[in-house]
Design a protein around this ligand. Structure first.
Ligand SMILES: Nc1nc2c(ncn2[C@@H]2O[C@H](COP(=O)(O)OP(=O)(O)OP(=O)(O)O)[C@@H](O)[C@H]2O)c(=O)[nH]1
Ligand SMILES: [Mg+2]
Length: 568
């Protein structure tokens, strides 16, 4: 017996564990009834597995008057159950035990207080036979008792009679839904003594056909008579076989797990699982526009030119440029954050994960901002327009829809909800990303300083020339003797300095402006790329990651369902 248990144990145990896992993964995603149903099956299976596996519980079930109690008495060899003419007769289940030692807890679990020990017969040793009330009873308590025990016993013996074997109540309510349990089922056509011999064959063939239609092909069908004892030997030996193998309990539990897992799996998917591929680009694009990135990129180019002119322009005129505002600073980019340093606060916010939670789980700690998908925050980039906000919302919805495709209603809703779950944080996060990643565009190139020094040298030369000429002019005015004047060719040095300095200053300013124009465009392109990447990361973290987490949960669920169904 221990050997059998070891053989059955692991696979049944792992299937049970998988069913539990599938049920908890489906929690809140699938209909409560499917989830709690699976849990109940798993709990019931766990309970049965821990009770006597040396006993096989077989129940005689069927319509009133089919002869359950008569068969029960015939098998037990004594009149244990009342057989009546008033219908229904049996109102509570009772048990006949063949070597019932150790079966107490099992019968307690089945909640059957009425137990009889039969005279021991080796062929049925270990059998616990239950006589059930009628399943089609006018009494609700009978039906409930039958349903309860049909859900618990190891082996089901359906007793039908020639009049009522085709009853819809039996086939629709019990046999068809129990198709997965065909290996723990027998069907007995009782009262065959009331039929002529050739009618028995016809009746059996018809019953067989109905069972096949119920999905119960292969279920043994026996013709018996509780009154004459015909066919009882065959029934005994069939029961004896099942009892001797002591496998019905695990076969029944396996069938229960299969049914529950199939039900759970069916409730979850209508087709293949969804995927959130290809939707991220549209979302990033929508966020890119809503965050005002094109505006920022333009300001990066203009700001660069502006600062280049202030730093390298002709000293005589550059102050005019200083009076105009820096286009980037007007957006408060690079104004609050010193160039070259990454602001620590936004970075912390972007990467903070609540402790103990996986990185991709939505955070419960951060309250969603009230701004929705609107772009407001620490920069002064104008807030997103209604159209831009709508585009972001549509893109988020598209991500959810694409990911939810193929999933059933409730789980699809969970995926769509996951896409939206952190959208309230998008506005701030995107704005921080913009503030952070465009700061680099405000760094001053080294050549500006060199050119600036050069500009001042040239300016000094021009000034020297001017002063020199001014001195000469004053001496001439005061009629003082002129000192000798050095010349370059025919042009006197002070003139060379004044004009050359002015010309060189203007020329350097123009060349720098040209370089700054090219540099500005380059920076704008680089900033656009960096911002697209940064916004992509934000949308990945706040929209795609929660969706992935939900899809991953779904994948783990289907994998658990597969394992519960017996796959590996
Ligand atoms: N001719 C004939 N009559 C039978 C046979 N089995 C049972 N009966 C009769 O059918 C009637 C009903 O039998 P029961 O054994 O009480 O039927 P039951 O299925 O237990 O009925 P409930 O307890 O009401 O659900 C009784 O009058 C039996 O004598 C049989 O094989 N042949
Ligand atoms: Mg009865």
């Amino acid at each position: 017996m221990k050997l059998l248990r070891r053989k059955e144990g692991p696979s049944l145990d792992s299937r049970l564990a998988a069913l539990f896992e599938a049920a908890s993964l489906a929690e809140g995603r699938l209909a409560e009834e499917a989830v709690s149903g699976a849990r109940a099956v798993a709990e019931r299976a766990g309970a049965r597995r821990d009770l006597s596996i040396d006993h096989t519980v077989a129940a005689l079930a069927g319509a009133t008057g089919s002869g359950k109690s008569s068969l029960y008495n015939a098998l037990a060899g004594e009149d244990l159950a009342a057989v009546g003419v008033v219908r229904p007769t049996t109102s509570t289940a009772q048990a006949a035990l063949w070597d019932g030692e150790g079966s107490g807890p099992l019968l307690d679990w089945l909640d059957i207080p009425q137990r009889h020990s039969t005279a021991p017969t080796p062929d049925l040793s270990g059998l616990i036979l239950l006589d059930l009330p009628d399943h089609d009873s006018i009494r609700l308590s009978h039906r409930l008792e039958v349903d309860r025990l049909v859900g618990l016993v190891d082996l089901l013996v359906w007793v039908v009679d020639p009049q009522k074997y085709a009853d819809a109540a039996l086939h629709d309510r019990y046999l068809r839904p129990l198709a997965a349990h065909r290996d723990v089922m027998l069907v007995v056509l009782n009262q065959v003594d009331r039929l002529p011999a050739q009618a028995v064959e016809r009746c059996l063939a018809d019953l067989r056909r109905l069972l096949d239609e119920d999905g119960l092909a292969g279920v043994p069908v026996l013709a018996v008579s509780a009154r004459t004892g015909a066919g009882l030997g065959e029934l005994r030996s069939l029961l004896g076989d099942r009892v001797a193998h002591r496998r019905s309990w695990s076969t029944r539990l396996a069938a229960d797990i299969t049914t529950a897992a199939t039900h759970l799996g069916g409730a979850a998917a209508e087709g293949g699982a969804g995927r959130a591929v290809g939707m991220d680009r549209a979302l990033t694009g929508a966020l890119y526009d809503a965050a005002g990135v094109p505006l920022v990129v333009e300001a990066v180019a203009k700001g660069h030119r502006h600062r280049a002119v202030v730093a390298t322009g002709w000293p005589v005129t550059r102050w005019i440029r200083k009076l105009r505002p820096d286009p980037l600073r007007r957006l408060r980019i690079g104004a609050t954050v010193p160039a070259g340093t990454r602001p620590s606060e936004p970075q912390a916010v972007l990467s903070t994960k609540p402790q103990g939670e996986p990185a991709d789980e939505p955070s419960a700690e951060r309250p969603p901002s009230a701004s929705g998908a609107g772009i407001v925050g620490r920069t002064s980039v104008p807030a997103a327009s209604a159209v831009q906000r709508a585009k972001v919302e549509t893109a988020i919805r598209d991500v959810g829809e694409a990911a939810a495709a193929g999933l059933s209603g409730p789980w699809a809703a969970a995926v769509r909800q996951a896409a939206r779950s952190r959208s309230g944080e998008l506005a701030d996060a995107v704005d921080r990303a913009v503030a952070m990643d465009s700061v680099r565009a405000t760094r001053r190139p080294r050549w500006w300083r060199a050119v600036n020094v050069l500009q001042w040298l040239v300016f000094a030369a021009m000034l020297a020339g001017a002063l020199w000429l001014g001195g000469l002019f004053a001496m001439d005015y005061l009629r003082l003797p002129q000192p000798p004047l050095p010349t370059v060719g025919v042009v006197p040095w002070p003139t060379v300095l004044l004009l050359g300095g002015a010309l060189a200053g203007v020329l350097i300013a123009l060349l720098s402006r040209l370089a700054a124009w090219a540099g500005g465009r380059r920076r704008a392109r680089r900033t656009a790329r960096a911002l697209r990447t940064a916004i992509g990361q934000v949308s990945d973290e706040l929209v795609l990651a929660p969706v992935r987490a939900e899809l991953d949960r779904y994948a783990r669920f289907t994998e658990a369902v597969d394992r519960a169904l017996g796959g590996t």
